[in-house]
Design a protein. Structure first.
Ligand code: NAD
Ligand code: UDP
Length: 343
C-alpha cells in the first residue's frame, strides 16, 4: 500500500513509468535543483508520477544522469546541466532548491565551492523565485544546529556551530541560505519554505558518498570491517528517503512558512547502527564476517542528533511511514545489485 517505491531503470525498457494526467490548472512547472542527486532524483520521480512538468537542474558534482535516466525523453521532463553558482532564467511555479553536496567527504573536498553554492546558489534561486513569482523551498539541514546542546532539537533552537571548523563550509552555508530565504521573504515577499532535513538514506546514495549508511552497507556486503570514527557512542536519527520526499512535497504545498524539521525519532548509536547493518547483511547473504574497528574521531563531529518533529506532525500532518530497519534492508538490496553489476 506504499505509493513510495524506488523506480529502477531497465535499459531499453519503455514505456515510461505511468504519470498521472493533470488538468492544466493543477499541473505545475517545477524546478528541482540538485535533481540528479540522491534525494533530488526521488523527488523528481514523485513529482513526475504526480503529473507535473519537471525541470531537473544539476552540475553532476555528486549526482548522475543515471539517477533520472528513466525520464529522459518524456514530454513532462527536462534535464539541464547548470551550476547554481551562476544565474539562470526559467519560467516555473515552484522551486525545490537541493543543489549542494551533502556528504562531509564531498563538501569538505572544496570548502570554498561549498560556501559559494550555499550563498550564491541560494541567492540566484531566490532571485529567480522573486522574478518569476515561484514558491521556493530550501533543503536545509539538521547540521545548522551544529553539535547541539539541546536534545532533541526543536526548530526554535539557535544551534552550536564552530564557524571556523572543517564542517563550517556546509553548516554556515546552510545557515546563511536560511537567512537569505527569510530576508527575501521579509524584503520582497518571496514565498519561502524551509525544510531542516535529518540524516536520510536509501537507494541511489552515491557509491562513494562517504556517509555512514553507504559506508557500512558496502563494508558489510564485502565482508570488510565497519569503520567507526570515535567511540561509536555518538547518535544519529535516520529516515528512509521516501518519507523525506513525502515531507518535502507536503511542506511545499502547505501554508507553513516557519522552518520545519523532517526526520524520525529512530535514534541509533553508531555502534548499534553498525550491528544492525551486519545483522541485515547476514540475513541477505547467509553470512557476514565483518567486525567493528575504531578509528580516530572526526573533528567537530556532532555527538547527538534527534529532531523534535512535532511541528511537522501538527502543521503538515506528516509522520514517517517506514521503519528504519525495513528501509535499510531495501538499501542493502540496492547496493548488493550495484556490486553484482560492477563485477
Ligand atoms: P547529493 O550529493 O546526492 O545531491 C546533491 C545534488 O546537488 C547532486 O546531484 C549534485 O551534483 C548537485 N549539486 C551540487 N552542487 C551543485 C551546484 N553548484 N550546482 C548544481 N548542482 C549542484 O546529496 P543529497 O543527500 O541528495 O542531498 C540533497 C540536499 O538535501 C542537499 O541540499 C543537502 O544539503 C540536503 N540534505 C540532505 C541530507 C541527507 O541526509 N541526505 C540531510 C540534510 C540535508
Ligand atoms: N561515521 C562512522 N563511520 C563512517 C562514516 C561515518 O563512524 O564510515 C560516523 C560519523 O563520525 C558520524 C556519523 O557516523 O558520527 C554520521 O556521519 P555521516 O557522515 O553519515 O553524517 P553526518 O555526520 O553529516 O550526520
Amino acid at each position: 500500500d506504499r505509493e513510495n517505491v524506488t523506480i529502477s531503470y531497465q535499459p531499453g525498457a519503455l514505456p515510461y513509468p505511468p504519470v498521472k494526467l493533470l488538468n492544466p490548472i493543477e499541473k505545475k512547472r517545477v524546478l528541482v535543483t540538485g535533481g540528479a542527486g540522491f534525494v533530488g532524483s526521488h523527488l523528481v520521480d514523485r513529482l513526475m508520477l504526480m503529473g507535473h512538468n519537471v525541470i531537473c537542474l544539476d552540475n553532476f558534482f555528486t549526482g548522475s544522469k543515471a539517477n533520472v535516466a528513466h525520464w529522459i525523453g518524456h514530454p513532462n521532463f527536462e534535464l539541464i546541466r547548470h551550476d547554481v553558482v551562476d544565474p539562470i532564467l526559467v519560467e516555473v511555479d515552484q522551486i525545490y532548491h537541493l543543489a549542494c553536496p551533502a556528504s562531509p567527504v564531498h563538501y569538505q573536498s572544496n570548502p570554498v565551492k561549498t560556501l559559494k553554492t550555499g550563498f550564491f546558489g541560494t541567492y540566484n534561486m531566490l532571485g529567480l523565485s522573486k522574478r518569476v513569482k515561484a514558491r521556493f523551498l530550501l533543503a536545509s539541514t539538521s547540521e545548522i544546529y551544529g553539535d547541539p546542546e539541546e536534545h532533541p532539537q526543536k526548530e526554535s533552537y539557535w544551534g552550536h556551530v564552530n564557524c571556523v571548523g572543517p564542517r563550517a563550509c556546509y553548516d554556515e552555508g546552510k545557515r546563511v541560505a536560511e537567512t537569505l530565504a527569510y530576508s527575501y521573504h521579509r524584503q520582497d515577499n518571496v514565498d519561502v519554505r524551509v525544510a531542516r532535513i535529518f540524516n536520510t538514506f536509501g537507494p541511489r546514495m552515491n557509491w562513494n558518498d562517504g556517509r555512514v549508511v553507504s559506508n557500512f552497507i558496502l563494508q558489510a556486503l564485502k565482508d570488510e570491517d565497519l569503520t567507526i570514527y570515535g567511540d561509536g557512542k555518538s547518535t544519529r536519527s535516520f529516515q528512509y528517503v521516501h518519507d523525506l520526499v513525502d515531507g518535502l512535497i507536503l511542506l511545499m504545498n502547505s501554508d507553513c512558512k516557519e522552518p520545519v524539521n523532517i526526520g524520525t525519532q529512530q535514534e541509533f548509536t553508531i555502534d548499534d547502527f553498525a550491528k544492525t547493518v551486519i545483522d541485515l547483511a547476514k540475513k541477505e547473504n547467509g553470512e557476514c564476517s565483518s567486525k567493528l574497528i575504531y578509528l580516530p574521531a572526526l573533528e567537530d563531529d556532532p555527538q547527538r542528533r534527534k529532531p523534535d518533529n512535532s511541528r511537522a506532525k501538527e502543521q503538515l500532518n506528516w509522520e514517517p511511514k517506514w521503519n528504519v530497519v525495513d528501509g535499510l534492508a531495501e538499501t542493502l538490496k540496492y547496493f548488493k545489485t550495484q556490486l553484482e553489476e560492477r563485477v
